[in-house]
Design a protein around this ligand. Structure first.
Ligand code: 6PG
Length: 232
């Protein structure tokens, strides 16, 4: 089952998510002396990433990958790795960062990224976002990418521009040791209500999630039990 933590505002939810992610990084390093993390795109994670960058973590032991990337030029303003560079990697020393070569196009980019991440059988933390349609990473409802079992998959006809993307697969997210989603704002309230009702949305197929949400995003799920079914 999912685990829900609800906060008064996005700032508090972001702080709590950063604390939790830092704890999970420290745990992974204590067990295996290394930590592999998938990072989100979009705008919601910015505050959390900046709070995470202020933590005292042996950064050289952490390897940062992306959950997805848009198929645009490396320098394009909408790249997720650019958002991560500005709000996170530029703020920590020794960042072991691995971008998705999405500029090659969806097919070639996914094939190359699959080779990059195939040796990582279990990401320690998959830190993800949530779209208003229930997508996470670039795994959109009713999209063919949902059925692709490679480590990384090409995405076409994304309803969220740009249409072509590269995403980690459902299986890669299922195999992660821990999944964290931070989401906030009234715009996500409708989809959170559907998620808690167990609707067959991509984010309900990746396994149990540690949710960090604000009260606005939960405004349509007050007193609604979480009947979401999650397959591990
Ligand atoms: C992307 C993201 C996507 C994002 C959600 C939420 O490339 O757009 O990976 O999955 O996390 O769409 O985006 P916001 O945080 O901007 O609402």
């Amino acid at each position: 089952m999912h685990e829900w933590k609800i906060f008064s505002c996005i700032s508090e939810a972001s702080r709590a998510a950063a604390d939790f992610i830092a704890e999970q990084i420290e745990l992974a390093i204590s067990l295996r002396d290394v930590c592999y993390v998938l990072l989100p795109g979009g705008v919601t994670p910015v505050v959390c990433l900046r709070k995470l960058s202020e933590k005292n973590i042996p950064w050289e032991k952490v390897h940062w990958y992306l959950g997805d990337e848009r198929c645009v030029a490396k320098s394009h303003a909408s790249r997720n790795d650019l958002m991560l560079e500005i709000n996170f990697w530029s703020r920590i020393p020794n960042a072991n960062k691995y971008s998705i070569p999405a500029e090659l196009g969806a097919e070639q980019g996914a094939a190359a990224y699959s080779e990059m991440i195939a040796p990582i059988k279990h990401f320690d933390i998959a830190f993800l976002g949530l779209g208003e349609d229930g997508h996470t990473a670039s795994l959109f409802p009713d999209n063919a990418a949902l059925n692709d079992t490679h480590p990384a998959v090409p995405v076409f006809n994304s309803p969220k521009p740009p249409g072509e993307r590269v995403s980690v697969s459902v299986d890669t997210l299922k195999n992660a040791r821990c999944r964290v989603i931070l989401t906030a704002g009234a715009a996500k309230a409708e989809v959170l209500s559907k998620i808690r009702s167990g609707e067959n949305l991509p984010v309900n197929t990746i396994g149990p999630v540690h949710w960090f949400v604000d009260s606005e995003a939960m405004s349509k799920t007050v007193n609604k039990p979480d009947t979401s079914s999650t397959s591990k």
